[in-house]
Design a protein. Sequence first.
Length: 163
Amino acid sequence: MSMSADEWIERLGLQPHPEGGWFVEAYRSHELIDQDALPERFSGPRVFSTAICFLLRAGEMSRFHAIQQDEVWHFYDGDPLRLHRITPEGDHIEQLVGRSTNALPIAVAPAGDYFGAEVAGDGYSLVGCTVAPGFDYADWEMPSRDELYQRFPQHGELIQRLT
């Protein structure tokens, strides 16, 4: 039987996330990849991998943002999550992450895509996000609504909703 969103927040010790929703870092590798072994887009060494638990309640959102790494989303509990991506070329890709017949339990937001998420239901979505090389705030970009409108005017309604 599923727990409530508030029970998960308390049990996992989730805190408000800067892009929206609730999170806790569950894993951060202790080993480093040297900067000279990484692509030029990285400004320094990075840990091998990181993982978070992330929860959105209905009406909350993960605001559009981008990172320099691929981010793998894993579904754990609740309602499916609607993951929205805008590619650098301006294509909108929507993926349903969950256990329903029209969803998959895993999805990937490739490096450089702007992505955001919302609950596809009236409850909550509990997911995990794994990043390799590991997440570093130096690799994170959360543009303003106006910046996204200027770059992707064809997705105005979506940008309005997820910024």
